[in-house]
Design a protein. Structure first.
Length: 247
């Protein structure tokens, strides 16, 4: 859904924006084919009761309140249930980003202006100076979201959030009891393995293998599975930590 027109509601200030996803699917695209003739498979929406294929206009949504009993909702009725100002990003409050568990982060969008906007630039600078993020609510497509708006060097990035009922976490907190010597070795292993987040260096190894396999198949070569040296299994935790540090 590129170029979604919306606006940020900041007090009585209205900031028109264009919303674009900043994540793209990097997976190699495959088509499903009939194994015998290699023709592409088509998908038909079919009614078993009427024994016929259906068009989109023939389909409505239904809620099953009892087995095989449905309440039907045409699109027009569902549209009536959407909150007012659905094409608006309404700010609810300003919070610290660290208050939000990353588990709740869903999808991110870049919010841009069609042309230079004094209000947009002011909002960016205000978020930057206060080091706060805006908690907001909006609708994308047919789904209602809470989201956060944060300042980044490229502009304002909006990240939609999962709702509490969508996030399934164990109710019982982990309170582990550990051996002090083993803990010190584990901490030392972490300290020696310190690094920086460098996304340019990280490659999708599986997708790279698929792309290489496509090139190889085009050249008529056989696909061979790469062999990895098996790791030696060490069952004693203390011994495993000590040998990890030596390695």
């Amino acid at each position: 859904m590129p170029n979604i027109h919306s606006s940020i509601s900041f007090g009585l200030v209205n900031i028109p924006i264009l919303m674009n996803p900043i994540i793209r699917n990097n997976d190699t695209s495959f088509n499903q084919l009939h194994k015998t003739c290699l023709n592409r498979i088509s998908y038909v929406k079919y009614c078993e009761h009427c024994k016929k294929a259906l068009k989109e206009k023939d389909i409505i949504k239904g809620y099953e309140y009892e087995r095989d009993k449905y309440l039907t909702f045409p699109k027009e009725e569902l549209d009536k249930l959407k909150p007012e100002n659905e094409h608006e990003i309404e700010i609810v409050s300003f919070i610290d980003l660290k208050e939000i568990d990353p588990t709740y982060f869903e999808k991110s969008y870049i919010l841009e202006t069609e042309k230079s906007s004094k209000a947009y630039n002011l909002f960016c600078e205000a978020l930057k100076k206060t080091k706060k993020v805006a908690l907001a609510k909006t609708i994308i497509g047919s789904k209602f979201y809470y989201c956060i708006l944060r300042f980044a060097s490229v502009g304002i990035i909006m990240t939609t959030l999962f709702f509490k009922e969508e996030v399934i976490l164990p109710e019982e907190e982990v309170n582990p009891k550990v051996n002090e010597r083993e803990l010190n070795l584990a901490i030392k292993l972490i300290e020696e393995g310190k690094g920086k987040f460098e996304p340019d260096k990280y490659q999708d190894e599986y997708q790279n293998n698929i792309k290489d396999a496509i090139d190889a198949k085009l050249e008529g070569k056989e696909i061979k599975k790469s062999k990895k040296k098996p790791k030696k299994q060490i069952n004693d935790l203390l011994e495993a930590l000590e040998k990890s540090l030596k390695k």
